[in-house]
Design a protein around this ligand. Structure first.
Ligand code: DGT
Ligand code: MG
Length: 494
């Protein structure tokens, strides 16, 4: 039975000592507190210097991850309002347990939209690939790693199984999994379970190496969390009445808002960057759509926007006008569609078993989204100017990992001594590298190590795991420019 009250929990991992009131205003205040924690976090501020599509961009009109996230927030809020309006018209709010939750649902979705990209490394997908290729090269080949803690030993069946799992986890760095780690283990924002559940986009643990059942094909498409956050994610799922590998219902809304926002934004940025003109873009979109019929979505969304812009008296404003109309028309078509899909599939969306995105079907609205994405793939992401910077980004991240790799070579006892004493006389280079690591990241490592038993046979394996996470945390937490400057400095390029 669909009852959204079961999905809204104001519980946080670290609980206050006294019982909290749960009258309706107190509930709203708990989620207002989430808003404050998120908006004031360094992770949100860092989004202003992270790439959306164009790495190392200095033109402030072109979107950063922060400006993109603000747009996603607006679309997410609009989808929630549409869902509420439709359910209210059909007198279904009470039946689904949503009647008194409008403010909270809106806030949860808005804040998740704002946070959805916080775990992305510098240079976006290329940063991810660089981290994963690097770790694959160092740890990937079965049993033959240079890091002793993870190398297979004869007759250690159980320990070898753990080594394999950890190796897999470290070779599957992902922006979404990193977002969970960032809010929970590094920044320790102690958000409500509901708020964090909204950004648990995929439900596959990063260490997963078994085949994926068809019913989870989409839900487990990519890693959603790491081994390090698994105990937390399990508690979160139990608290929110979630079945393993299922999603939290509001996550579908966040995902749809992201899909709607970036498809047009990327095209607008490309025009700003002079990759193509509005006229060329119009032709490309037309080619992808194929035959246009009067009143179809190409006609009413794209052609209408183009004609309105061209008919505008002020010729200097064509680009701005075209994108304004295109955005308004697209949002007015896709947002109601996303809301309808949410309601049509409310049972499986509520259960989190709905195994696709809301905007993924054969309807014309999704075809529209599809052609925006296809044009971006064909004409933007392949563009020379982007590919060159992406290759540089790849080199920068791989190079930074090489520079910091001596820290991974140290035996665990020596690394522990270094972190406790802040220096180690036998490791002069490592000491200096270590000094560059931010306090928050070190603390996350130390908290994890405090939970381990040094006499346990697994100690060295886990210690190495958290040390590798520490390096990934540091490098993935950099902004594009910081990574670039840091690489140049350490490679002595100036
Ligand atoms: N420069 C560049 N940008 C890309 C490429 N592929 C996608 N993008 C852009 C398009 C969007 O603005 C943004 C997000 O696109 P994706 O859906 O591929 O990544 P996202 O991280 O949201 O997917 P995920 O959360 O992993 O499901 O990245 C690429 O190959 N190069
Ligand atoms: Mg994403």
């Amino acid at each position: 039975m669909v009852d959204f009250h079961k999905k809204i929990s104001y519980q946080r991992q670290t609980k206050p000592t006294k019982d909290l009131p749960n009258d309706s205003y107190s509930l709203i205040r708990y989620f207002e507190s989430d808003r404050g924690r998120i908006l004031n976090s360094a992770a949100i501020r860092r989004l202003q210097q992270k790439t959306q599509v164009f790495p190392l961009e200095r033109n402030a009109v072109v979107r950063s991850r922060l400006t993109h996230s603000l747009e996603v927030q607006q679309v997410g809020r609009y989808i929630v309002k549409e869902i509420y309006q439709r359910l209210s018209n059909n007198h279904q709010l009470i039946a689904y347990g949503l009647e008194d939750l409008a403010v909270i649902v809106e806030s949860l979705v808005e804040m998740a939209c704002l946070m959805h990209d916080i775990g992305n490394p510098p240079f976006g997908h290329f940063g991810e690939i660089a981290i994963n290729n690097w770790f694959n090269n160092k740890l990937g080949v079965e049993g033959s790693t240079q890091y002793t803690a993870l190398s297979y030993q004869p007759e250690q069946l159980q320990l070898n199984a753990l080594r394999r799992k950890i190796r897999q986890d470290l070779c599957n760095f992902d922006g979404n999994a990193q977002a969970i780690r960032l809010v929970q283990s590094i920044l320790k924002l102690n958000l409500t379970y509901s708020q964090i559940a909204c950004i648990l986009k995929y439900t596959k643990p990063a260490y997963w190496f078994e085949p994926i059942a068809d019913k989870y094909r989409y839900l487990m498409k990519k890693p959603g969390y790491y081994l390090s956050e698994e105990p937390f994610v399990k508690t979160l799922m139990t608290t929110l009445d979630m079945v393993p590998f299922h999603r939290y219902p509001l996550t579908y809304i966040v995902e749809a808002a992201d899909d709607i926002s970036y498809c047009i934004a990327d095209l607008e940025d490309a025009v700003e960057k002079r990759i193509f003109t509005v006229d060329q873009l119009y032709q490309y979109l037309w080619q992808e759509w194929g035959q246009v019929k009067k009143g179809d979505l190409f006609d009413s969304v794209i052609k209408a926007a183009y004609q309105s812009a061209m008919n505008n008296e002020n010729r200097g404003m064509v680009v701005d006008q075209f994108f304004m109309y295109l955005r308004v028309n697209t949002i007015n078509s896709l947002v109601p569609h996303a809301a309808e899909r949410f309601i049509e599939n409310i049972e499986s969306v509520y259960a989190g078993s709905f195994n696709q995105a809301l905007l993924e079907d054969r309807d014309a609205e999704c075809r529209l989204l599809e052609i925006f994405k296809r044009v971006a793939i064909k004409y933007i992401f392949n563009h020379d100017s982007i590919e060159i910077i992406e290759l540089q980004g790849y080199r920068i991240i791989s190079g930074l990992l090489d520079i910091y790799s001596p820290l991974l070579q140290m035996p665990s006892r020596d690394f522990l001594k270094l972190i406790k004493k802040d220096s180690h006389s036998d490791y002069m280079i490592e000491t200096r590298l270590f000094h560059k690591l931010p306090e928050k990241h070190r603390q996350a490592y130390l908290n994890a190590i405090d939970e381990l038993n040094i006499y346990d046979l697994e100690f060295d394996i886990w210690e190495f795991y958290y040390r590798a996470r520490l390096i990934q945390d540091y490098i993935s937490g950099m902004t594009d420019h910081f990574a670039y400057d840091e690489y140049r400095k350490l490679m002595v390029c100036d």
